[in-house]
Design a protein around this ligand. Structure first.
Ligand code: PEP
Ligand code: MN
Length: 343
């Protein structure tokens, strides 16, 4: 349920509504908008009777949220959420470009990639240290050694870092080294993992499972938000199709659908979605044109030698080309691409 306060109603009036919510054993989430305060009430729906709040001073209206997700809903938070991640903003009018290798393989590989991302105007450095591989015999990542390299590379180039956490037992470790916790597609409905990352103070980059509906993605975000962590970014990375021409089927329409349903930033990963290097740049451009708040792309100094996902990783040259192609598109849709930082 959402309680919309009258314009200008604040202080004691908001507090008395919050007190009543607490008396009922429910959770209040206060959202201070530009013109008015909105209070979200989270908990057992059967206890939520509008008449319990309608008569309180300062209350303008009381509305049920019909959707199963509440905190993720745009009904609850009208304006786009804008996150501060290191020196950059994500969401709203800002375009995030998250680049880096699929897997962290060596210091040399990662530092080279990090410089390419930074010099071309990317806003975050990615790299996997714990890799969720289909085969147990494939490269599984460098673990803590990889995390250490990621932290050092991010510090050297001045970019915040994002890396996947695949197990609740690794959360503290990954939090020590990385700025953003990625929940991979395979773990989108690992509810224990979602709950636990919801209890950290790190922004979470939540990828859609290839078999999940948009509503299921938003319910997974709700798990994180309901634990008190409001810094969540969503990522469309392709769903299962029937055509082997691409690795997955990029659901580009998920971008405007999500933008309508949620205030959270929506990012597209055209690398895993297509699985083919030559398709990554066009689909990154299409994503921004469709209203995405950014892209996550894999880039490797030497993709032929990559230990994972070689065929889809951009070369440094293609990454720079992508940035050049994104710039006029971002401008056309009224967004800010951070561009090359001033020297
Ligand atoms: C990744 O981004 O490293 C990754 C494994 O992607 P996904 O979880 O979308 O398959
Ligand atoms: Mn990959």
């Amino acid at each position: 349920m959402i309680i919309v306060m009258q314009s200008g109603a604040e202080g004691e009036k908001v507090e008395s509504v919050v007190d009543r919510i607490a008396d009922l054993g429910l959770k209040a989430h206060v959202s201070q908008g530009e013109f008015r305060t909105i209070i979200g009430v989270i908990g057992d729906e059967t206890l939520l009777k509008p008449e319990l709040f309608a008569g309180l001073a300062g209350v303008e209206s009381v509305m049920p949220i019909m959707k199963p997700y509440k905190l993720a809903s745009r009904d609850f938070h009208r304006e786009d959420t804008v996150l501060e991640i290191g020196p950059f903003k994500a969401g709203g009018a800002h375009i995030s470009v998250i680049g880096g290798p699929c897997s962290i393989e060596s210091r040399d590989q990662l530092f080279t990639a990090a410089r390419v991302v930074r010099d071309a105007g990317g806003t975050m450095l990615r790299g996997g240290a714990f890799k969720p591989r289909t085969s147990p015999y494939s490269f599984q990542g460098l673990g803590e050694d990889g995390l250490r390299m990621l932290q050092d590379a991010g510090a050297e180039v001045g970019l915040p870092t994002v890396t996947e956490v695949i197990d609740v037992r690794d959360i503290d470790l990954v939090c020590r080294y990385a700025d953003v916790l990625q929940i991979g597609a395979r773990n989108m409905q690992n509810f224990r993992l979602l709950t636990e990352v919801g209890q950290t103070k790190k922004p979470v980059f939540l990828k859609r499972s290839p078999a999940a509906t948009i509503e299921e993605l938003l319910m997974s975000a709700e798990y994180i938000l309901s634990e008190g962590n409001h810094r969540v970014m969503l990522c469309e990375r392709g769903i299962r199709g029937f055509d082997k021409a691409t690795r997955y089927l990029l659901d580009l329409s998920a971008v405007p659908v999500l933008r309508g349903l949620t205030h959270l930033p929506v990012v597209v990963d055209p690398s895993h979605a297509t699985g083919r290097r030559e398709l990554v740049v066009p689909m990154a451009c299409a994503a921004v044109a469709a209203g995405a708040h950014g892209v996550m792309v894999e880039m490797h100094p030497n993709p032929e030698k990559a230990l994972s996902d070689g065929p889809q990783q951009l070369t440094p040259e293609a990454f720079r080309q992508m940035m050049a192609e994104l710039a006029p598109i971002a401008q056309a849709v009224g967004r800010t691409l951070h561009g090359v930082p001033e020297a």
